[in-house]
Structures are given as C-alpha cells and as structure tokens.
Ligand binder design. Structure first.
Ligand SMILES: NC(=O)c1ccc[n+]([C@@H]2O[C@H](COP(=O)([O-])OP(=O)(O)OC[C@H]3O[C@@H](n4cnc5c(N)ncnc54)[C@H](OP(=O)(O)O)[C@@H]3O)[C@@H](O)[C@H]2O)c1
Length: 189
C-alpha cells in the first residue's frame, strides 16, 4: 500500500483553508486534485467532507475520518466512516490523503501511517480578501521539510508550483511516483 498526501498550501504561511472552504479559486488546482485522485480512495476529515460539493464526491470512493462517528455520508455505497486514522495502516489499497489540516497532522505524526509521497502544491498568489478563519498546516510542513526529500522537478501552472516529495529512508513504490510525475509533466499542455 502506498499513502500519498496531496494539498495546496499558500506560500509562506502554509494556509490551506478558510472556515470550511478554500481561500482561493484555482480551477487548474481543482482539476489536478481530481485527476491525480481519480479512481483512488480519498481519505478526508469530516469537516473537509462536509465542506466539499456533493457532486464532486458522488460515486467516488471516500473514507471519512470521524472520531465520534456521527457524520451522515451521502453516498452509502462508496463513502465509509473510520473513527481512527491508525486503523488504515496495512490498508489493502493505495490511499490519497486529502485533508484537512487535522487529518494531515495525524498522518504526518503517526509513524505507521506516514505518507510515502507528498504532492506539494504551493500557491504564490493572493488569498481572497474576504477569507476568514484561516487554517494552516505549519506542523505538517515542518515534518515534510525534516523527513522527506524533494524531487528536482518543479511544475508551474496558474501561480501554483508543484513539487513531489518522498519519505527519506523508505522504499517508495516507483510506479506511483512515475504516474504522478507523468500527469504533472503533461497538465496544462
Ligand atoms: N488546500 C487544500 O489542499 C485543502 C485540502 C483539504 C481541506 N482543506 C481545508 O481544510 C479545512 C478543514 O480542515 P480541518 O482541520 O478544520 O478539518 P478536517 O481535518 O477536514 O476534519 C476534522 C475532523 O476529522 C476527524 N478526525 C480528525 N482526526 C481524526 C483521527 N485521527 N481519526 C479519526 N477522525 C479524525 C474529526 O471529526 P469529528 O469531529 O466528527 O470526530 C475532526 O473534527 C477547510 O478549510 C478545508 O477547505 C484544504
């Protein structure tokens, strides 16, 4: 099993969200997330799940992390609740960790479920002026900088620079890395 984390953070302050939504509107970033996770199991926290448009997740396989198990999923065939992220260790399929901040924090600080690969999208533009309740991932980025190394390729699109990082000292499934890089090399062309 390969665990891939994917996010878009704001350059400098590592902000990823405002309240239950995103503090920017970047269609190519949304498309990148959709294409890189297509057909894969997305893992997300209850707040991110509830904040995403239902049509984006309908029919897609999603694991919703929800400690108190009260979240009502809207696609009972494809969406499942897990009350403890550690239960996902040794999961039989690849997992794409899709946020939000508290879920990234759990995965980056729990050795048995630390992501093998991180798709690190960094947005250098302005945050929407009316954004409130900004949420950052400083803690997860700090782990990223210490325990991962960046591949040399950088991909630029619409003010977002994407870099792929791999966990130091561990075997990382190269076919998954290759597939991600192939997508990033061709997007926007
Ligand atoms: N820019 C990006 O790439 C990106 C990606 C995703 C999300 N976001 C943004 O991130 C923000 C949401 O982040 P958030 O930190 O507030 O919420 P979140 O991580 O989406 O969800 C938090 C909830 O997840 C559950 N949870 C947390 N740790 C768990 C664990 N170890 N085991 C089981 N369940 C666990 C808890 O649910 P219960 O309280 O129900 O128990 C917790 O309240 C939003 O602004 C969203 O737009 C941004």
């Amino acid at each position: 099993m390969t665990i891939v984390a994917i996010w878009c953070r704001h350059s400098g302050d590592n902000v990823i969200g405002a309240g239950s939504g995103l503090p920017w509107k970047i269609p190519s970033d949304t498309r990148r997330f959709r294409n890189l996770t297509e057909g894969q199991i997305k893992v997300m926290g209850r707040r991110t799940y509830e904040g995403m448009p239902q049509k984006v997740l309908m029919g897609k396989r999603v694991i919703v992390l929800d400690i108190d198990n009260t979240c009502e999923v809207f696609d009972k065939e494809n969406h499942f609740i897990v009350d403890n992220a550690e239960k996902l260790k040794d999961y039989p399929e690849d997992l794409y960790i899709s946020g939000g901040a508290s879920v990234y924090a759990v995965f980056f600080t729990t050795p048995k479920i630390m992501p093998d690969i991180v798709v690190d999208c960094v947005y250098g533009g302005e945050i929407c002026a009316e954004s409130k309740d900004l949420i950052n991932i400083n803690a997860s980025v700090s782990v990223l900088e210490q325990k991962y190394f960046a591949l040399p390729q950088h991909f630029e699109l619409d003010g977002v620079t994407t870099t792929v990082w791999l966990k130091k000292g561990d075997f990382v499934e190269q076919s998954v890395v290759k597939k991600i890089l192939q997508y990033l090399e061709t997007e926007g062309k």
